[in-house]
Design a protein around this ligand. Structure first.
Ligand code: PLP
Length: 549
C-alpha cells in the first residue's frame, strides 16, 4: 500500500466550521474550502462526534437541531473528494493482538479510546497525517504527523502584518470550553476547581502543599506573612526582577535590601550573597527572608543558597514566577527541596496562565495552613483553631489573624487546569525557539543566555546582551531597530532600587553595578509558544541587520 498524502480531518475542524463564535471559525472554513479541492479523509467516529457536540450545544451558543446536524453530514459526505472511512469495532481491536498491545502501551483510557479507533483506522488505510485542534491527544502516537492549524494562526488572525509582542498566552479551544463549563456550574469562586488545580501543580512539581491565589504578588505577600516577616526585619532579593519580589516585604512593614547579580546567569550571585551575609552578621542586621528569583526561567543555585541559609539562619522564598516547568539538578522547580516556599505566576505573559493568578507551594503543613488562612481574611472554620466560646453562641468561623481576600476563582482554576495539560508542550516549544536563537546568534557580537549545567530553563524570556565594547552598536540602536520593525522587545529589568519609590527610601544609582550594567546592555526578544518560524526569522534578521555595521 502506498502512503497517502491526503490528511484525515478530526471532528473539531467541522465543529469550528459551524460555530461562528469560535476564534478558529475562519481558519476551519478556510481549511475545508482548500481541502475539498485536494481531498481529505474523515472516519465515522468523527462524524458521530460532530453530531453529538453540535446537537448537545456544549461548544456552540445555539445547539443544532437533529435535522441541521444530519443535513450538514449528508452534504459533507456527498462531496466526491471527501472519503469517509469505517473504523474497526472495539471488539475487532481487542481480538487483534497487535492493536490490543498498543491500547495498553499507549495507556488508552476513557475518551482516548475513540482517538485510538481513529488512529487504528488511519493505519489500516496508511494515512499518516491528522489535522486536529486536539494535537496533544494524538502526539503520543509517534507514527503520526499531527498538524494543529490553530495554534499559530489564532495569534495573527485578521492582521496581515501584525506587530510581534514579546510574550503572549496560548489559548486552545479546550481552555475555552473549560472556562465556559465553570460559568454554567454551581461555583464561580473557590469551588472544586481550585483544589483540583492546586493538586495538579503540587503533583507536577513534587511539593506536598499548594495554595492558589489571585496573583504571584499575593502569593509572595502571604508567603512573607506565613514566615512571620514584620517590622524591624529585612528581606533580601535580586535587583534584577519585577518590583513584586521586593514589595512583598514592604506590605509586611519590613524593609528590603538587594544582592547584586551573577554576570553569567543574571540571577542573584551566591558570592555576593555570602559577602553581604558576612558583613550583615558583623553589623547585626541579618535578613529574615531571602527571595532568589529564577530570572527568565533559569533556576538559581539553590543548593548553595540553602547551605548559606543554614549558616546564617534565614528563610527562603523562591520567586519562580518565570519558571514553572523548569528543572534544577534534574528535578522540577517548585519541589521546595532547598526552600520554604516557592511562588508561581499565571499572568498571561508567563509560562501558563489563569488570566491573573499565582500559587505558593510548600512541604510544610503549618506554612500551608497559615497561607490558606491569610488568603481568606485571616478567617478559619477549623474548630481546632477556633477559640472556645459559650455553647449557646453559634460560631461558624472566626477571624484569628489579619489576612486579605486573595482567593482564586474557579473560572481561573479551570483555565489553569486546562493549561497544565499543555505545560510540557509549551516548555518544549520555548526550548526549540531558544535553540534557534542560540544558533542564529552564535557568530554575532552579542551574548546569548548562558545556562548553568545544573539547570534546565523554562525560557520565559530570551535576553540578548549587546556588550559595550564588544558590539559596534548600542542597546539603544538595536532597540530602535526593533521599534521600526514593529517588534515589541522589552527590558527585564530596571534594577528595582532605581524605581523612584525605592530611591525615595535612600537607594541610589551604583548600588548593584552588575545589575545596572546588565540593564544597560540587554534586550528581551519575543518568546512564546505560538511564535512562528517566519516571525522568528524576521526577528533574527532585525538583530543581524541592526548589529552588523
Ligand atoms: C510577573 C512577576 C511577578 C508578579 O506576578 P503577578 O502574578 O503578576 O502578580 C513577581 N515576580 C516576578 C519575577 C515576575 O516576573
Amino acid at each position: 500500500m502506498k502512503t497517502t498524502d491526503k490528511p484525515l480531518f478530526d471532528s473539531n475542524i467541522f465543529i469550528y466550521s459551524v460555530n461562528a463564535d469560535s476564534p478558529f471559525h475562519a481558519t476551519a472554513l478556510d481549511l475545508l474550502e482548500r481541502y475539498t479541492k485536494s481531498g481529505f479523509y474523515v472516519t465515522d467516529i468523527n462524524l458521530i462526534d460532530f453530531f453529538q457536540v453540535v446537537t448537545d450545544g456544549r461548544k456552540t451558543l445555539r445547539p443544532f437541531s437533529t435535522e441541521q446536524a444530519s443535513e450538514y453530514i449528508r452534504k459533507l459526505v456527498r462531496i466526491p473528494e471527501v472519503n469517509v472511512l469505517k473504523t474497526r469495532s472495539f471488539h475487532e481491536i481487542l481480538h487483534d493482538d497487535g492493536a490490543h498491545a498498543e491500547v495498553r502501551r499507549f495507556q488508552v483510557k476513557h475518551f482516548a479510546i475513540y482517538d485510538y479507533l481513529i488512529v487504528d483506522c488511519m493505519r489500516q488505510h496508511d494515512i499518516k497525517t491528522i489535522v486536529t485542534g486536539n494535537a496533544q491527544d494524538f502526539r503520543k502516537y509517534p507514527f503520526l504527523d499531527v498538524i494543529d492549524p490553530f495554534m499559530t494562526q489564532s495569534t495573527t488572525q485578521g492582521r496581515a502584518v501584525a506587530p510581534i509582542p514579546y510574550g503572549r498566552q496560548s489559548i486552545s479551544e479546550q481552555d475555552v470550553s473549560a472556562v465556559c463549563s465553570v460559568l454554567l456550574s454551581d461555583f464561580l469562586t473557590q469551588g472544586p476547581k481550585v483544589p483540583a488545580f492546586e493538586q495538579i501543580v503540587a503533583e507536577y512539581c513534587g511539593a506536598r502543599h499548594a495554595v492558589a491565589v489571585n496573583s504571584a504578588t499575593s502569593a509572595l505577600h502571604i508567603a512573607c506573612l506565613a514566615l512571620g516577616l514584620g517590622p524591624g526585619e529585612t528581606l533580601w532579593t535580586s535587583p534584577t526582577t519585577f518590583v513584586a519580589s521586593a514589595n512583598c516585604a514592604l506590605y509586611c512593614g519590613a524593609s528590603v535590601d538587594f544582592v547584586d547579580i551573577d554576570p553569567r546567569t543574571y540571577n542573584m550571585s551566591v558570592n555576593a550573597l555570602e559577602a553581604k551575609l558576612v558583613q550583615a552578621r558583623q553589623s547585626g542586621c541579618l535578613p529574615k527572608v531571602v527571595v532568589p528569583v529564577h530570572l527568565c526561567g533559569q533556576p538559581c543555585e539553590m543548593q548553595a543558597i540553602h547551605t548559606l541559609s543554614r549558616e546564617y539562619g534565614f528563610r527562603i522564598i523562591e520567586d519562580a514566577s518565570h519558571a514553572i516547568g523548569a528543572k534544577y539538578q534534574g528535578e522540577p522547580l517548585g519541589n521546595c527541596r532547598y526552600s520554604d516556599i516557592t511562588v508561581f505566576s499565571f499572568h498571561p505573559v508567563k509560562i501558563i496562565t489563569t488570566g491573573e493568578g499565582g500559587m505558593a507551594l510548600t512541604n510544610d503543613p503549618e506554612l500551608a495552613r497559615l497561607m490558606e488562612c491569610f488568603r481568606t481574611h485571616g478567617i478559619t472554620g477549623n474548630k481546632a483553631e477556633m477559640q472556645p466560646r459559650p455553647a449557646d453562641e453559634i460560631w461558624n468561623y472566626q477571624q484569628i489573624r489579619l489576612g486579605c481576600n486573595y482567593r482564586m476563582t474557579d473560572i481561573q482554576a479551570a483555565l489553569g487546569l486546562s493549561q497544565m495539560t499543555r505545560l510540557d508542550e509549551f516548555i518544549e516549544k520555548r526550548r526549540q525557539i531558544a535553540a534557534r536563537y542560540d544558533t542564529a546568534f552564535a557568530d554575532l557580537p552579542v551574548t546569548t543566555p548562558w545556562q548553568h549545567p545544573d539547570t534546565c530553563s523554562s525560557y520565559h524570556l530570551y535576553p540578548i546582551r549587546i556588550r559595550q565594547g564588544d558590539s559596534p552598536k548600542s542597546q539603544r540602536q538595536v532597540y530602535d531597530a526593533f521599534h521600526s520593525a514593529e517588534v515589541n522587545v522589552n527590558l527585564h529589568y530596571i534594577p528595582v532600587y532605581r524605581q523612584p519609590y525605592y530611591e525615595a527610601m535612600g537607594f541610589a544609582a551604583g548600588y548593584c553595578p552588575e545589575a545596572e550594567q546588565y540593564h544597560k546592555e540587554t534586550i528581551s526578544l519575543p518568546m512564546y509558544p505560538s511564535l512562528s518560524i517566519e516571525q522568528q526569522n524576521s526577528i533574527i534578521q532585525t538583530v543581524m541587520e541592526s548589529i552588523i555595521p
